[in-house]
Ligand binder design. Structure first.
Ligand SMILES: O=C(O)CCC(=O)C(=O)O
Ligand SMILES: [Fe+2]
Length: 199
């Protein structure tokens, strides 16, 4: 299948629910879960230091430095499976990426709060390409300002092997989140390919 544009105002969100085929997607989940240098990073939340409710890792070209939530990341060098996936995602998006942020949601209690990927390092209209592996989790989107962008929040169930692309004005006008779930959920691995400008 190919990327399909979702009909949303002030956003360009595209989804390919079956970007990676089943045997490949399973093998990649197993390999990355085992080989990635996962860390649980502290972040500052309302002036308090807490651990992020998920494991993370950052890989990329040398110099693709990235800061968010009070952390500065130096990327680890690309590994063969990450480099291969990067090339597949670049071909699908027609864009190049110099880094990837990986998130491992160990179970339904791991999550990501409402945010936009709008750090200055990404430029004003970044292309963010997100590959999901493992357990299906809800990915929620809502307008930042519902007065200016009138639309209901929406929920996408991101399946293993899916590719979600957010580009154009999406990060300016919309927020996204992966909420906790009370449903039993196994591990989910998400990779967001990004391009850091001016490295
Ligand atoms: O896990 C996801 O699907 C979203 C990850 C995300 O929003 C991010 O890494 O900025
Ligand atoms: Fe994000």
């Amino acid at each position: 299948m190919a990327l399909t544009l979702l009909p949303l105002p002030a956003a360009e969100v595209l989804l390919d629910p079956v970007f990676l085929a089943a045997p490949h997607e399973q093998a990649l989940l197993t390999e990355l879960t085992a080989s990635v240098a996962w860390r649980q990073e502290p972040i500052r939340l309302f002036g308090k230091e807490v651990l992020q409710p998920r494991l993370t890792a950052w890989y990329g070209d040398a110099g693709a430095q990235y800061s968010y939530s009070g952390l500065t990341w130096q990327p680890l060098p690309w590994t063969p499976p990450l480099q291969q996936l990067r090339e597949q995602v670049e071909a699908a998006c027609g864009t190049s990426f110099n880094s990837v942020l990986l998130n491992l949601y160990r179970n339904g209690q791991d999550s990501m709060g409402w945010h936009a990927d709008n750090e200055p390092e990404l430029g004003p209209a970044p292309v963010i390409a997100s590959v999901s592996l493992g357990a299906v989790r809800r990915f929620r989107l809502r307008p930042r300002d519902p007065q200016r962008t009138p639309h209901e929040p929406l929920t996408l169930e991101l399946a293993s092997g899916s590719l979600l692309v957010m580009r154009g004005p999406t990060q300016q006008h919309w927020l996204h989140a992966v909420p906790k779930t009370a449903r039993p959920a196994g591990p989910r691995l998400n990779l967001t390919f990004r391009n850091i400008i001016n490295i």
